[in-house]
Ligand binder design. Structure first.
Ligand SMILES: *Cc1c(COP(=O)(O)O)cnc(C)c1O
Length: 386
């Protein structure tokens, strides 16, 4: 696995972390080749996680668009209600393989914290989750879920008291406790080898899309669409399709309409270093990380995984931004047309996919990764003006 994607990626970390990153990479490389590890990963993905997730033909949504067929990859049906389980399980098994009894994680909306707490319980690993105080206030139910699952939630009161500060706190904890602790990073970001490991564990999404679309309509889709926060469900969707002719779109959070740049690092940011790797970052003129804004907590991050930065520059993937009000419209379309409440993150991807379907002939097939379910967003949605 490359340390860099073009110029992006790398490991800009204090020296104390280098041995841990090296050990993690070696463990992951040996685990990938170990049939026992692979079979345990497969067993728990199936029997605990619920894989494979279905590929669903959204017939009514297709009728609304009056163009290309829209198919949904149902990661919302995975254990915990989002794709985050794939990565939490994989890294949890790596921690166990390294003999580390303790997991730490960062969480913004709380979804990754919940996924880590679930895995920590199932694998008998002590679990502590860093969360900004502002996010704890905004995401009460997930704080409760983590506690019920036996994890300790540690409030972070520095900086903007949100996700980026929680990542900084988790990195500091890791530096101090690196011998007993695995840092279970929640997206395809951070220093090498995290972006590659997370992409690897999430690639089950794209592999299943490959097999299931051949079975469902006899070929690969013409276009695959996924939302991009840190970029893990998107890179998992894209990886197995990179060397095929399938068009790939990543959809970022454009935030509210007007002057805000939202959280669209790839479409509105510039190269910079954040959380240990070089990628696109939303920053001010002094290079300070900019404040972000999005209706979906899971996309509300100033950085993005380094492999996406390279896929953007190389032109292999097209990245676009969708506004808050557009994501909300797509949320209601999916609810009313298909009886599915999507999370607001993939609602951004749905909006882009419906737009694409309108402009394409009926013979084309579009697959959208429905990364999670919307129960967590009901309050936001019901309080937003329609
Ligand atoms: C966390 C989350 C995201 C954003 O994370 P990525 O790493 O970009 O995939 C998207 N959708 C859902 C449902 C999430 O919980």
């Amino acid at each position: 696995m490359p340390r860099r994607f073009g110029p992006y990626g790398g490991a800009y970390v204090p020296e104390t972390l280098v041995p841990a990153l090296t050990e993690l990479e070696a463990t992951w490389r040996s685990a990938r080749r170990d049939p026992a590890f692979r079979s345990e990963l497969r067993r728990l993905s199936t029997t605990l996680g619920g894989r494979p997730t279905p590929l669903y033909f959204a017939e009514n949504l297709t009728r609304r668009a009056r163009g290309a067929e829209i198919w949904l990859k149902r990661e919302d049906l995975l254990h915990g209600g989002a794709h985050k389980f794939n990565n939490a399980l994989g890294q949890g098994l790596l921690a166990r393989r390294m003999g580390k009894p303790r997991l730490i994680a960062e969480t913004g909306a709380g979804q990754h914290g919940v996924a880590t707490a679930m895995i920590g319980a199932a694998l008998r690993l002590e679990t502590e989750v860093y969360m900004g105080e502002v996010d704890m206030e905004r995401q009460r139910p997930n704080v409760e879920r983590m506690r019920l699952l036996g994890a300790r939630v540690i409030p972070v009161s520095t900086g903007s008291r949100t996700l980026k500060d929680a990542i900084n706190a988790a990195l500091r904890d890791w530096i101090t406790n690196v011998r007993t602790t695995h840092y279970l990073l929640g997206s395809a970001v951070g220093p090498h080898p995290f972006p590659s490991i997370v992409a690897d564990f999430q690639s089950v999404i794209g592999r299943e899309i490959r097999t299931q679309s051949r079975r469902a309509f006899g070929r690969l889709p013409d276009l695959a669409v996924a939302c991009v926060g840190g970029g893990s469900n998107a890179i998992g969707t894209f990886h197995p399709l990179l060397r095929t002719p399938v068009e790939l779109w990543g959809v970022e959070a454009g935030g509210p309409r007007g002057r805000s740049r939202g959280a669209a690092s790839l479409t509105r940011g510039a190269p910079g270093i954040l959380h240990g790797s070089l990628s696109y970052v939303l920053q001010d003129r002094d290079g300070q990380v900019a404040a972000t804004e999005s209706i979906s907590a899971g996309l509300d991050y100033a950085g993005v995984g380094p492999e996406h930065a390279w896929l953007r520059d190389s032109g292999r993937v097209r990245y676009l931004a969708v506004h808050d009000d557009e994501a909300l419209r797509a949320f209601h379309w999916l609810a009313e047309d298909e009886g599915i409440l999507p999370a607001l993150e993939p609602a951004h991807a749905i909006f882009a996919a419906v737009g694409a379907a309108r402009r394409r002939p009926r013979s084309q097939r579009i697959v959208v990764t429905l990364s999670g379910r919307g129960d967590k967003d009901l309050e936001v949605v019901t309080h937003a003006a329609r």
